[in-house]
Design a protein around this ligand. Structure first.
Ligand SMILES: *Cc1c(COP(=O)(O)O)cnc(C)c1O
Length: 400
């Protein structure tokens, strides 16, 4: 991705400044080199790009619309445009990356796919494309998450995937990732590890950012066409950072476009939260260097958010780089602010957002009133909220 014509990011060692890199067991270095090489080849391979585009169009449903949110704009006194990734097949942006990586795995001659999932959204996207492409799919999931996300577990099974219950550690996402890495070390000959966010060792952050770059590319064209100019601000939620980096990449060379990433402040920044860049320090987790939630001894601190998709103690290395060089700013919204954003969009526009992008809406409610000029704001709606209705009901003290 080119943010500046002179600087090659990531560099040949997979570094974004000091972030990124490849902190993996020696046994995986060959697989990472092989993946890097295959990826370089498919970027300019017409046949691959054609196959990919066909799937994105006819299977995923791209391009996703850009919607001028008239009622929300009126309420907020600013022009707000919404990029509708919630309308993709399976209801979120994750499918863009899953399609791309599954095709890449095929190219590598690897017909067994492994993935890890917390809330189940990435697991469902992966299980979906594996069904479509006739590939074997194994999904690692913590025992706690399996209990909390029963509908997605059923979905993955119906799609033909095997679910492996992870009982180590806190029995959640970070332990599932460790197990998936262990599987990959053992079966690397015939297995591709399909990582779901812009995290992990090089070349993953770059591959995922590129496959999600379709969001930024489409949005830029759609803004020029619909709004007659580029937005003043682009705003997206940040978990591992794939939806945000996907849309940011379309505007990164447009220096007048402000880029805003919204992390989950959970119960508040002084309590339990997942605001990795607001409150973390650089460290190494899951194969790369980036901001991390850690204690004084460097032990990982468990993240908390009302939204499972943002509940991760790390973040992609490119965001750490963008934070330090101030090309993007990173802010946060609490659980209750996200809930307020969730209600706002549902009531005003008839669109029930996923709780993840509801954080961006929640932040907008406190930020937008401080704007002194009429602005155009592009909001990335990364997914739909059907999956979150039970959580929202519970938070409000109701049961459904
Ligand atoms: C998983 C998920 C996220 C968070 O992941 P990123 O890699 O930060 O994009 C955000 N929104 C939705 C709808 C998700 O499913």
């Amino acid at each position: 991705m080119a943010y500046s014509k002179t600087e090659k990011i990531p560099d040949k060692n997979g570094r974004y400044g000091k972030y990124g890199g490849q902190y993996v067991p020696e046994t995986l270095m060959a697989a990472l080199s092989e993946l890097t090489k295959a990826y370089e080849e498919i970027r300019s391979d017409e046949k691959f790009q054609k196959e990919m585009n066909l799937l994105l169009t006819d299977y995923v449903g791209r391009p996703s619309p850009l919607y001028y949110a008239r009622n929300l704009s009126k309420e907020m006194g600013q022009d707000i445009y919404i990029k509708r990734e919630d309308l993709n097949h399976t209801g979120a942006h994750k499918i863009n990356n899953a399609v791309g990586q599954a095709l890449l795995a095929k190219r590598l001659g690897k017909h067994r796919i492994i993935a890890e999932t917390g809330a189940g959204q990435h697991g469902v996207a992966t299980a979906t494309v594996c069904a479509q492409m006739g590939m074997e799919c194994v999904v690692y999931m913590g025992e706690e998450d399996i209990k909390r996300q029963a509908p997605n577990v059923y979905r993955m099974r119906e799609l033909g995937s095997e679910i492996v219950t992870v009982r180590s550690g806190t029995r959640t996402l970070k332990d599932a990732i460790n197990e998936a890495i262990r599987d990959w070390v053992t079966n690397v000959q015939n297995t591709h590890y399909l990582i779901g966010s812009a995290v992990g060792p090089h070349p993953y952050p770059r591959i995922v950012a590129d496959f999600q770059g379709v969001i930024g590319k489409e949005s830029r064209e759609q803004m020029l066409k619909k709004a007659g100019r580029l937005p003043d601000y682009v705003i997206a939620c940040v978990g591992g950072g794939s939806n945000a980096i996907g849309i940011f990449s379309g505007f990164i060379d447009d220096k007048d476009v402000g880029l805003i990433g919204v992390e989950a402040a959970g119960e508040g920044l002084e309590g339990k939260h997942a605001a990795t860049m607001s409150r973390g320090r650089p460290g190494i987790l899951h194969g790369s260097m980036s901001y991390l939630l850690q204690d004084e001894d460097g032990q990982i601190v468990e993240a908390h958010s009302i939204s499972a998709g943002l509940d991760y103690p790390g973040v992609g290395p490119e965001h750490s780089y963008l934070k330090d060089n101030e090309r993007a700013v990173y802010v946060s919204a609490t659980d209750s602010e996200a809930l307020s954003g969730f209600r706002l969009l549902s009531r005003l526009e008839g669109i029930i957002p996923a709780l993840e992008p509801a954080h961006a809406l929640g932040y907008m409610q406190s930020w937008v009133p401080s704007l002194t000029k009429k602005r155009k704001i592009l909001l990335l709606l990364s997914g739909r909220g059907d999956k979150d209705l039970e959580t929202v009901a519970k938070f409000s003290g109701e049961v459904i």
